[in-house]
Write a protein of this length. Structure first.
Length: 385
């Protein structure tokens, strides 16, 4: 297959030609006098303007074309690019994609590959602050780690929430790794030293440096996830709600399974998230079908929105309804215990259901004796074995 790359960045050509599929890449900074017998074209937004897209489609009427915009300063411009590209059947790539992510996605689309390994990276997002993403992820990590012998890691990548308060956390934080991430020299040993082992799963708490909340770069978070994949079999990401930050966007781009956590508060399903979806996710090529919906702290009754109406409001398929356990949740938080360990309840059953779904989708091996199983505590450096 022949791919034409319109860019000044020679790294794209190198990355494409390293792929095992046998793709031949041609790099050019101009479309003039270019071969027409190409199978696909990648357009770098630094070289191509939105007004050029229609002309390029006329030059290449049958080829698959990808376009990566850069430096979008407003949601109006983002929406315009999305509409123009859709009209001429050009795929718009996420502007926050790193070079390697972009190459991987284009290759997967061209060769119709399903990368099952990404399904072992599972990201959880919230419709708004307070939806319950952190609580859901940490309790799910407990459940999942008790049902498999594979190593489960939680990455807290919400820049506004370190997620170190639901149990006695003794590890380091995302901001402690900032220099290593910035220089892309994070090692397996350094990450292993930073994480905390919580009896059955591993956890790297998030950012607690207020000044760094918006200072993380896409390649830094991509680097963190890549190193984590060398150690852990399953990675659960608490990605928060801020889709205008690198940690949240990289969580979205890196994960094969994506869950959206909401509750019955109006500000979530009618307030914050619809703006995020229509201004940030949808124009970048995302859709409601990317997410599986989790309704958290659900209270049945006529005074609050029901499950079916919540599905309709968000245009998503509900996969789980986690009941409101009222004072049990407050008691568990006060005692710094995970709710999954605190009580046997309908809450635990729903968390277990999500674990089974992740095991199935990620083709994760189940433990022979998951019920009542206790794992021998492993020292951090035993991860190398």
């Amino acid at each position: 297959m022949k791919l034409l790359i319109v860019s000044k960045n020679s790294t794209y050509k190198q990355l494409f030609e390293k792929r095992e599929e046998g793709l031949t890449a041609f790099l050019t900074s101009s479309l003039s006098n270019t071969e027409k017998n190409m199978d696909a074209i990648f357009l770098d937004g630094e070289m191509i303007q939105i007004d050029d897209l229609n002309h390029i489609r006329e030059l290449y009427p049958n080829q698959t074309i990808f376009f990566k915009p850069v430096a979008l300063k407003s949601d109006i411009l983002t929406k315009r690019i999305s509409k123009v590209a859709a009209a001429v059947k050009i795929h718009v790539m996420n502007e926050y994609s790193t070079e390697e992510q972009l190459v991987n996605e284009i290759t997967a689309r061209l060769f119709e590959k399903d990368n099952t390994s990404t399904k072992r990276i599972i990201s959880f997002f919230g419709t708004h602050s307070g939806a319950g993403v952190t609580t859901t992820v940490l309790n799910l990590a407990r459940s999942l780690s008790q049902k498999t012998d594979e190593k489960v890691l939680v990455l807290s990548l919400n820049s506004w929430d370190p997620a170190d308060y639901l149990y006695h956390y003794e590890g380091q934080y995302l901001n402690d790794l900032k220099v290593d991430l910035n220089l892309k020299n994070l090692t397996v040993q350094r990450l292993t030293e930073a994480i905390h082992y919580n009896d059955s799963f591993y956890h790297l708490a998030g950012n607690r440096d207020i000044k760094l909340q918006r200072m993380y770069q896409p390649y830094e978070i991509e680097h963190l996830i890549q190193i984590a994949q060398q150690i852990f079999d399953v990675i659960l990401i608490d990605a928060g709600t801020h889709f205008d930050t690198a940690p949240t966007v990289q969580s979205y781009l890196s994960s094969g399974l994506k869950f959206l956590v909401t509750n019955q508060e109006v500000k979530g399903y009618r307030g914050y998230f619809p703006y995020v979806f229509h201004q940030l996710i949808e124009p970048a090529g995302g859709s409601a079908d990317d997410f599986l919906l989790i309704i958290n702290k659900y209270q049945p009754g006529n005074t609050l929105i029901n499950e079916k109406d919540l599905e309709d409001e968000l245009n998503m398929v509900k996969i789980s309804t986690i009941p409101d356990v009222k004072e049990l949740g407050t008691m568990a938080a006060y005692q710094r215990k995970l709710l999954y360990d605190f009580t046997e309840s309908a809450y635990s059953k729903e968390i277990d259901f999500l674990s089974k779904l992740i095991i199935s989708e990620g083709n994760i091996s189940e433990s022979i004796n998951p019920i009542g199983k206790t794992k021998e505590k492993r020292g951090l450096f035993s991860l190398f074995n």
